[in-house]
Design a protein around this ligand. Structure first.
Ligand code: ADP
Ligand code: MG
Length: 153
C-alpha cells in the first residue's frame, strides 16, 4: 500500500494536482474524497474534470447524489452526504463499472458499495488558511503505480 502526502497552498494547486492524477486514470477507476465541509473535495473534483476534458462547470450537487459529466471519459461525481444512515443501493455499480471514472465525496456513507481497489484521498485544512494536506492512499496495484507516476505539482 502506497501513501503520499502533498502540502498545497492554494485552491489552484489542489486543482492542478487533481488534473495530473486524472491523466493517469482509466475507465472504471474510483477515487474517494474525505475531509470536512469546505476542505476542498469539490475543488479537487473540478481539477479532475479539467484533466478528463470536461467542459461543463462542476459544482456541489445540492439535491443530486450523482452527476455525470461528459469528457474524454465520463466523470461520475457522487456526493454521498445525503445518504448517511441509508443502506440502500441506488445502483452504484452502473457508475463504478460504467464507462468512466468515479469520484465519491463522503465515501464513509456508502462504504459497503465501494470498489475494493481505489485511490482514497483525505484533504485536511490547516488552520484558517488556504493550505491543505492532501493524502493519497492507494488500495490496489494500479493506484500504487498512479501515486508513483504523478509528476511534480
Ligand atoms: P468541500 O467539497 O470539501 O465541502 P469545496 O471544494 O466545496 O469543499 O470548498 C472549498 C473552498 O475552499 C472553496 O471555496 C475553495 O476555493 C477554498 N480553498 C482555499 N484554498 C483551497 C485549497 N488549497 N484547496 C482546495 N480548496 C481551497
Ligand atoms: Mg463538496
Amino acid at each position: 500500500m502506497t501513501e503520499k502526502t502533498y502540502h498545497v497552498y492554494t485552491a489552484d494547486e489542489t486543482k492542478r494536482l487533481a488534473e495530473k492524477i486524472a491523466k493517469l486514470l482509466r475507465r472504471n477507476d474510483c477515487l474517494t474524497l474525505s475531509g470536512d465541509l469546505g476542505a476542498g473535495k469539490t475543488t479537487f473534483t473540478k481539477g479532475l474534470g479539467i484533466g478528463l476534458g470536461v467542459k461543463r462547470t462542476i459544482n456541489s450537487p445540492t439535491f443530486t447524489i450523482v452527476k455525470v459529466y461528459q469528457g474524454e471519459k465520463p466523470l461520475y461525481h457522487i456526493d454521498a452526504y445525503r445518504l448517511e444512515d441509508e443502506e440502500e443501493d441506488i445502483g452504484f455499480d452502473d457508475y463504478f463499472y460504467g464507462d468512466g471514472v468515479t469520484v465519491v465525496e463522503w465515501p464513509q456513507f456508502i462504504q459497503s458499495f465501494l470498489p475494493k481497489e481505489r485511490l482514497d484521498i483525505v484533504i485536511k485544512k490547516i488552520d484558517d488558511s488556504d493550505e491543505r494536506l492532501i493524502t493519497l492512499k492507494a488500495i490496489g496495484k494500479y493506484f500504487d503505480y498512479v501515486i508513483k507516476e504523478i509528476p511534480h505539482v
